[in-house]
Design a protein around this ligand. Structure first.
Ligand SMILES: NC(=O)c1ccc[n+]([C@@H]2O[C@H](COP(=O)([O-])OP(=O)(O)OC[C@H]3O[C@@H](n4cnc5c(N)ncnc54)[C@H](OP(=O)(O)O)[C@@H]3O)[C@@H](O)[C@H]2O)c1
Length: 191
């Protein structure tokens, strides 16, 4: 793989995937629903590592599909850090989000170097196709994957095909609510 200059200089922001999947590896069911993510009672509001994630990142890169899913929830905007939405179709964001949501479009190298120049050091990468495209270019440094005990039988897969194998070191595994298994992996790269 040919690394661009900002990668060689170690300036690439650290990229983290934090996502939930079904036991059979889907992030949304075949109707695009994610209601099953809320099926396990969480009476004490366990953050399940989300609070730690927010300490490790200073911006979010989100695919348009996920952004539109969040907008459709019709809740207050849930993110406290800037969200960069990847889209070739969207041209504007709603007025009330204009200081919180920014549109980006283009090759991932360009997107990462743009955010690097803005000073971001840790990026939360969210969205099915977005995660797959980052992985296809070996641009993810950490995976934090929560597996729920449900078989959906179909839907949107977390992972897609890759030209090359990507090896990871296991960092830690935690169990939340006696039901959810969250495993952290760090990309194992040749030095
Ligand atoms: N289980 C979970 O924890 C979890 C988390 C997040 C999302 N989800 C679910 O996953 C589904 C959404 O995933 P998705 O498959 O729609 O993927 P997505 O990554 O959210 O959105 C894909 C879109 O992002 C844009 N995009 C991606 N890379 C781009 C690039 N380099 N340049 C420009 N635009 C780019 C494209 O939009 P344009 O067509 O506008 O170019 C593409 O169609 C939803 O059902 C959501 O609810 C689940």
């Amino acid at each position: 793989m040919i690394f661009s200059l900002y990668q060689m200089e170690g300036m690439k922001p650290h990229t983290i995937v934090y996502i939930a999947q079904s036991l059979d590896g889907y992030i949304a069911d075949s109707d695009g629903n994610i209601d099953w993510l809320e099926a396990i009672p969480n009476p004490n509001g366990d953050m399940m590592g989300y609070d730690v994630l927010m300490q490790d990142v200073d911006a979010i890169i989100m695919g348009r599909g996920t952004y539109e899913t969040v907008l459709a929830f019709d809740i207050d905007w849930p993110y406290q850090i800037p969200v960069y939405v990847l889209s070739s179709k969207l041209k504007t964001v709603p007025e009330h989000l204009s200081s919180k949501v920014f549109l980006l479009n283009g090759k991932l190298d360009f997107i990462l170097s743009t955010l690097s120049k803005k000073g971001y050091q840790g990026l939360y990468i969210d969205g099915g196709k977005t995660i797959q495209s980052f992985l296809a270019e070996d641009l993810i440094d950490e995976l934090r994957i929560t597996t729920l005990p449900i078989l959906l039988g179909g839907g949107s897969s977390l992972f897609g095909t890759l030209e090359n194998r990507l090896a990871w070191d296991h960092v830690t595994t935690s169990v939340y609510l006696d039901q959810l298994v969250q495993s952290h992996y760090r990309r194992k790269r040749e030095s």
